[in-house]
Design a protein around this ligand. Structure first.
Ligand code: PAF
Length: 283
């Protein structure tokens, strides 16, 4: 496995790979790797000749009061995990190389970035779209792999790729959960044991919403309020949102039809967790 730290070197490497006609699969990450990331890497391996994973804690997607400085940086175990799973190249750029002095160009996706996480994290998706565009320009992947846990991020990036005619296919990989249902997240390590137990209410409430739909309930408002009430029964949980939108276009809906995203954001102390489920009705 090769580790590359400079943008120029990464470009050179990719030029050689492309000359050999190889398909490049790309897994952008911010490190603190867990089984969710490893699933993306496995998926990339199964459909690419060369797998590149990036590890870059991107400052432009964190708000001024968010956890950029405290974001877990676990370089040693990350590199071991990449090696073990069979990643070919780890790209680990420096902030000054990605955002050199005088840098000032943003990529901003309209409308769908203003709902869900965009309501409480203004500027977050602009930072994500910008860094992913830069990474795509450097790595030039054929396919890029993202987790469903950040479903809104996937939708935003799919729209960006379509709107800007980028020559890369975005692949969404299902959420990976702990055996007790907690969705894997780099932020789970912040949870106290009590908060972690409390956080199981997220997957429980999503499953109960799924059950409601299976039993014929189609009203989005009712489903969301049941989920909200269930989460609110947990004293350590503070709900930020429980919302439903059509998927993947994230339009307002009142009834469950075709594919629907049910997404939640909940704080446990200072730790903000998100989770979701895509519900499908074929009728
Ligand atoms: O999902 C993430 O880890 C980040 O938002 C991403 C896509 C690597 C961009 O920094």
């Amino acid at each position: 496995m090769t580790v590359i730290e400079s943008v120029a070197e990464m470009r050179e490497f990719i030029a050689q790979v492309r000359q050999q006609g190889k398909k490049v699969g790309f897994v952008p990450t911010m490190g603190a790797l867990h089984e969710g990331h490893l699933a993306l890497m496995e998926e990339a391996k199964s459909s690419s000749d060369t797998v590149v994973a990036s590890i870059f804690v991107n400052p432009t997607q964190f708000g001024p009061n968010e956890d950029y400085d405290a974001y877990p940086r676990t370089w040693k175990s990350d590199i071991d995990a990449c090696q073990k799973i069979g990643v070919d190249v780890v790209f680990r750029p420096h902030v000054a190389d990605m955002y050199p002095q005088g840098w000032g160009t943003w990529v901003s996706v309209d409308n769908i970035t203003e709902k869900l996480c965009g309501q409480t994290r203004p500027g977050h998706f602009r930072g994500v779209a910008t860094v992913v565009t830069k990474l795509f320009n450097i790595v030039q992947p054929d396919r890029a792999f993202f987790g469903q846990k950040d479903a809104q991020q996937v939708v935003v990036l799919m729209k960006m790729v379509r709107d800007l005619n980028m020559n890369v296919e975005i692949i969404m990989v299902p959420i990976v959960r702990d055996p007790d249902g907690l969705a894997k997240s780099s932020r789970n390590i912040y949870l106290t044991p009590e908060q972690r137990t409390a956080a199981l209410v997220l997957s429980r409430s999503l499953l109960s919403a799924q059950q409601m739909v299976i039993q014929g309930q189609r009203g989005c408002r009712l489903i969301c309020s049941e989920v909200q009430d269930k989460i609110a029964e947990e004293p350590l949980a503070a709900v930020e949102y429980v919302q439903m939108y059509s998927f993947p276009d994230l339009q307002e809906i009142t009834t469950v039809r075709d594919k629907v995203l049910l997404a939640v954001a909940v704080r446990f102390g200072t730790t903000r967790l998100i989770d979701n489920m895509i519900l499908e009705v074929k009728e």
